[in-house]
Design a binder for this molecule. Structure first.
Ligand SMILES: NC(=O)c1ccc[n+]([C@@H]2O[C@H](COP(=O)([O-])OP(=O)(O)OC[C@H]3O[C@@H](n4cnc5c(N)ncnc54)[C@H](OP(=O)(O)O)[C@@H]3O)[C@@H](O)[C@H]2O)c1
Length: 196
């Protein structure tokens, strides 16, 4: 998805870059985890924090996350920490725990999926929610949401995705420019709020 630069600085920022090689779903070692988290989690966090103050007071910020980051694959001990996190620092701590567990070779025993991409996207969704909460707490009106575009025909899916890129862009574009009832801090797919 390409958003015109003038739109980015004026009102809206849609973040869709990600370390997305499909082998990242299955291959796991410390290097894969490091590069994937650096791009998908830390890169997105830094960009979100940098762009947010540049947006107009009623601007929108959309992070393109993934249903791969849904929490149904985690035990309660980890899922509840994602769900109850009140700050970015708590999410970052989870990402670092995952990284250490992979380094120690015991991520499965600790309840993590052996999938760097999936964990990075759980982190991205959680981080987006935490930043939306911070915005609300300081009285800000910017709407900050995360979404999944669906399974889209792109390089990442080796063109097996069922949606066209235009169809995949519908939810992010809706969140960026359409009437969404003031909702902020949610996870969306198929133009609806979905369980994360
Ligand atoms: N396609 C799907 O079915 C699907 C499903 C769920 C979520 N998503 C999410 O949708 C977003 C777009 O994915 P896509 O399907 O369009 O993937 P894509 O066709 O593989 O494009 C990924 C983009 O990310 C850039 N990128 C990769 N590694 C990077 C890095 N380390 N630093 C900066 N940029 C990097 C690539 O740049 P270059 O072109 O320069 O390599 C490319 O522009 C991603 O966040 C992805 O996780 C996609």
């Amino acid at each position: 998805m390409k958003i015109a630069p003038e739109l980015v600085t004026a009102q809206v920022w849609v973040k869709d870059r990600a370390r997305t090689n499909s082998d990242l779903y299955i291959a796991i070692d410390s290097n894969v985890v490091k590069t994937t988290l650096e791009c998908n989690y830390y890169g997105s966090l830094e960009a979100t924090q940098d762009f947010l103050p540049l947006l107009q007071p009623e601007g929108r910020l959309v992070n393109v996350s993934s249903m791969a980051g849904k929490l149904n694959r985690y035990p309660d001990s980890i899922r509840s920490r994602f769900l109850n996190a009140k700050s970015v620092e708590e999410i970052t701590a989870l990402m670092e725990e995952f990284k250490s567990a992979v380094k120690a070779g015991n991520e499965k025993e600790q309840g993590w999926p052996s999938a760097a991409y999936a964990v990075s996207k759980a982190g991205m969704t959680a981080m987006t929610k935490a930043i939306a909460r911070e915005e609300q707490e300081r009285g800000g009106k910017r709407l900050i949401n995360a979404c999944c575009p669906g399974y889209v025909d792109t390089d990442m899916t080796k063109h097996n995705g069922r949606k066209t890129p235009d169809q995949g862009a519908q939810t992010p574009v809706m969140l960026a420019i359409e009437e969404i009832g003031g909702v902020s801090g949610d996870f969306w797919q198929n133009e609806k709020i979905v369980e994360w």
